[in-house]
Design a protein around this ligand. Structure first.
Ligand code: MTE
Length: 327
């Protein structure tokens, strides 16, 4: 049976929140119908527990979309990292500067979830994440995931090509970069109370990189909607780059003329650059990148240039002389 799912750029009016509604975020949230009660009740432990239970009892708004069909084009020669390992070893500094943030991350309310698309686009818009995900052509891909800290995983992500989102946004010809931003909510995300970090988390890439078929907006993993610790409801994954480029829990996507400065570039630009392409021959200033530790087995294996994705992406960097492409 043929089921017609509209392509990303055929976005219905109902999916787009008018500018004036977005500007009043409170009104937007009330309009989408479920969190006004939370705002009125405020924050006692008993209240937040009962809201959590209510949320858990409610069916996830995109649960029926999973598992999505696996795209056999994206193969990995390594076994998939067990979900239990992946789900308990995460970098999500909003919830703390260590790997065991999974239970703290459950405090994040991921629906409704407004995503602002603005900057050098034909028409700025705000979309609700669940509605956006429902309209996109979801597929599962097996990707290698390599952190700058020299550990790695293999993850069955579900999502859609970032290029679909670029088409939806209709950037102007003057746009050269995309800047992505994570939520800012120190009440919920205690890590954001650490004032020495330049919150919110920001990342960026060129439009050429964004249009590459590997650039993936991730909405699920292991055949389910994303766990909160993975960056629900929507994150990026750029498998040829170090993991810090793969920004989580995105609330804003802006098209810009100037190269955006990322969170880690602001924190320590001499160690974490804009390009951050994986290269075993270019060490981090404080450690080697020649090998990586496979999470789950702790095996040490050689790292590959562009994390093994050179045939897809090496051409993007051919004419970039004098740029630090691998840090
Ligand atoms: N995005 C946000 N918003 N905050 C973060 O701390 N950490 C980055 C990246 N995206 C991070 C983030 C880093 S350093 C890595 S390695 C990956 O997320 C980790 O993703 P994972 O926890 O799903 O393995």
């Amino acid at each position: 049976m043929l089921i017609k799912r509209p392509r990303g750029w055929e976005i219905p009016e109902a999916l787009v929140t008018p500018e004036e509604v977005f500007l009043n975020r409170r009104a937007f949230m009330a309009a989408s119908g479920s969190i006004a009660a939370g705002a009125i009740l405020g924050g006692g432990a008993l209240v937040s527990r009962s809201l959590d239970e209510a949320e858990a009892a409610t069916r996830h708004p995109t649960a029926d979309l999973y598992p999505a069909r696996r795209n056999p084009k994206y193969k990995v020669e390594r076994p998939i990292t067990p979900e239990s390992v992946n789900a308990t070893y995460n970098n999500f500094y909003e919830f703390g500067p260590h790997k065991q943030i999974s239970s703290a991350a459950q405090a994040l309310k991921t629906h409704p979830w407004a995503i602002r698309i603005d900057g050098l686009v034909e028409k700025p818009m705000t979309v609700d994440a669940a509605k956006l995900i429902r309209r996109m052509p979801l597929e599962e891909r097996l990707y290698r995931h390599r952190c700058v800290e020299a550990w790695s995983m293999t993850v069955p992500w579900t999502g859609f090509p970032l290029s679909e989102l670029v088409k939806l946004a209709r950037p102007l010809s003057s746009a050269r970069y995309i800047r992505l931003e994570t939520f800012l909510d120190p009440q919920t995300a205690r890590g954001q109370r650490a004032s020495w970090y330049p919150w919110p988390y920001v990342e960026g890439l060129t439009i050429h990189e964004a249009m590459n078929e590997l650039a993936f907006m991730v909405t699920g993993a292991y055949g389910k909607p994303l766990h909160k610790q993975f960056g629900a409801p929507i994150r990026l994954h750029l498998p040829w780059k170090y993991g810090f480029k793969s920004i989580k829990s995105i609330v804003r996507i802006s098209f810009t003329k100037r190269r955006p400065k990322s969170f880690w570039e602001t924190v320590q630009g001499s160690e974490y650059g804009f390009w951050a392409n994986v290269n075993p021959k270019v060490p981090h200033p404080r450690w080697s990148q020649a090998t990586e530790r496979v999470l789950g087995t702790n095996e040490r294996i050689p790292t590959r240039i562009y994390n093994g994705y050179g045939p897809w992406v090496a051409h993007l960097y051919k004419n970039l002389k004098g740029e630090k492409l691998f840090m």
